[in-house]
Design a protein around this ligand. Structure first.
Ligand code: ADP
Ligand code: MG
Length: 504
């Protein structure tokens, strides 16, 4: 492949490790084996900046999932994993974090190639935040506790001893999206490893590469074979087979609300535990007293970070009428100045969207908004030329019933509307079926504190947006999901509580 590279990929300095990884045949990791799909079928992996074929990966299906679930169960039951001291598991996770950090540039290039995102951002966020998350989570490995409890049995005089144990939930099926491929894999796999679970990971079909490289590093860190299995494949084949497999003890999913509902239904048939981190349409509320220069920068980042392909993207802007024009003009100015280009170009501020399908979906939304009477004051559609580029877009003159205002677009599209008072801001902000996040831009603590309890959102940022921390619970109200990732609660998602009552 490296000899045939042309166009966008060849123009930027790819590390030899990335060239080697791309050019070798891709196999999935099941137990100790790197295997092709049982069907022999493959999926093309494209560079979204050039539309060129990078490589192919196995198109895993039901038979591969079956094999992976068996391997994961064997690893779960094996003393090589089950009997490890927490300190040893912790050390392995920290070693894996070190390996990822040591390969940061390589992994960032892989993400930039596969997803289209900026290599600089990938290094800071996709890899950097993943390493921080792992190191934070590793510490919980040695701090999983039950309790001793005084009980009162119905017969008098009996001596008792009662306690609870937190036990690993079993085999985890992790299904993840393409917007932060490595980071999402690590958000699922790490707490599962902390708890002592084993995992079958199904990366998104659009971005399978970093998960496969991650799997190599997991083996290098010393995890026994079968603790992590990676099956690449489509959602409706490999993903669906994983979600409905009765041998899976917990499904951890991040993705769209519609797929999340399907996965929830499939899991419920087996009473498989399930956590869902789903879509959003997060509002950014700008009060009249906000420091506008700072707010405008932050609002532009709130929507355009990762090209708007972020579940928490600040995709609806509500600004007080007094400052509305100034705010939207500021954000539109920032949008117009953004440099579009391949993710591998270090000067790129916004890369292409992940796929032609995604570009068409996003452009379809923009067109529907324009047709319904919205006006684009920045962007307004796809960029010309090769690659799945969409111009950062700001729409005004919107109405609450427009699809661009109610539905998650998952692209660089901001809708903006003014409000006159706090009650109207709250009503607008809460006016969707989602409830993932919100941000308030103001210096008036009284207003901020009056607003926070009224917002239906799992996370509220003040004078910031899209900042996620390993120590702070993260998840959605309403149709944005079930459960909270991050913090100690994330470990509890991967454990069962066992109550023990002894007559002694
Ligand atoms: P997006 O629409 O942003 O691509 P999806 O929710 O479709 O997000 O995809 C997130 C993950 O869910 C991907 O790994 C995808 O393959 C998987 N997926 C899609 N459809 C299904 C399904 N019916 N069952 C299980 N997994 C699925
Ligand atoms: Mg999809």
């Amino acid at each position: 492949m490296s000899n045939q590279q042309s166009g966008a990929v060849a123009r930027y300095q790819l590390l030899p490790a990335v060239r080697d990884f791309i050019s070798k045949p891709k196999r999935m990791l099941i137990g100790a084996d790197w295997v092709a799909a049982a069907s022999g079928e493959t999926i093309d992996v494209l560079d979204p900046a050039s539309e060129e074929l990078l490589t192919t990966v196995p198109s895993g299906g039901e038979a591969d999932i079956e094999r992976a679930v068996r391997a994961a169960h064997a690893a779960f039951d094996s003393p090589a994993w089950r009997d490890l001291y927490p300190t040893v598991r912790e050390k392995m996770i920290l070693k894996l974090a070190d390996l990822i950090e040591a390969h940061a540039e390589e992994l960032a290039q892989l993400e930039a190639l596969d997803n289209g995102k900026s290599v600089m951002m990938a290094q800071i966020i996709d890899v950097g935040a993943a390493v921080s998350f792992m190191r934070y989570m590793a510490g919980w490995t040695t701090k999983i506790e039950g309790s001793t409890i005084e009980v009162s049995p119905p017969m008098p005089g009996v001596k008792t001893f009662a306690f609870t144990r937190k036990e690993p939930i079993g085999v985890v099926g992790a299904i993840i999206p393409w917007n932060f491929p490595l980071l999402m894999a690590i958000w699922k796999v790490t707490p599962a490893l902390v708890a002592g679970c084993t995992v079958v990971l199904k990366p998104a079909e659009q971005t399978p590469l970093s998960a496969l490289r991650f799997a190599e590093l997991v083996l290098e860190a010393g995890f026994p074979p079968g603790v992590l299995n990676v099956v690449t494949g489509y959602g409706h084949t490999a993903g669906a087979a994983l979600a409905r497999h009765p041998g899976i003890n917990k499904v951890a999913f991040t993705g769209s609300t519609s797929v999340g509902k399907r996965i929830g239904h499939a899991a419920m048939d087996n009473l498989t535990r399930v956590s869902l981190e789903l879509g959003g349409k997060s509002p950014m509320i700008v009060m009249a007293d906000a420091t506008l220069d700072m707010a405008i920068q932050g609002l532009a980042g709130g929507i355009f970070f990762n090209h708007g392909q972020v579940c928490t993207a600040g995709s609806r802007l509500y600004a007080h009428r007094k400052i509305f024009d100034k705010v939207v003009e500021g954000v539109a100015g920032a949008a117009t100045q953004m440099k579009l280009g391949p993710g591998l170009d270090p000067t790129t501020q916004m890369g292409p969207l992940v796929s032609a399908e995604q570009r068409d979906r996003v452009c379809g939304y923009i067109e529907s908004g324009l047709k319904a009477g919205a006006r684009a004051i920045a962007g307004g559609g796809a960029a010309s030329g090769k690659g799945y580029f969409v111009k950062p877009t700001v729409l005004v003159d919107t109405r609450e019933d427009m699809a661009v205002v109610c539905e998650e677009i998952f692209g660089p599209v901001l809708v903006a509307a003014p409000f006159d008072d706090l009650d109207e801001a709250v009503r607008l902000a809460n006016g969707t079926r989602y409830g993932l996040a919100a941000s308030i831009w103001s210096n008036d603590l009284s207003t901020v504190h009056r607003l926070i309890p009224r917002l239906q959102a799992g996370t509220v940022w003040v004078n910031a947006h899209n900042v996620v921390d390993a120590a702070l619970p993260f998840g959605g109200f309403k149709e944005s999901g079930i459960g909270r990732e991050m913090a100690y609660g994330n470990i509890e998602m991967y454990t069962e509580t066992k109550s023990v009552l002894m007559f002694i």
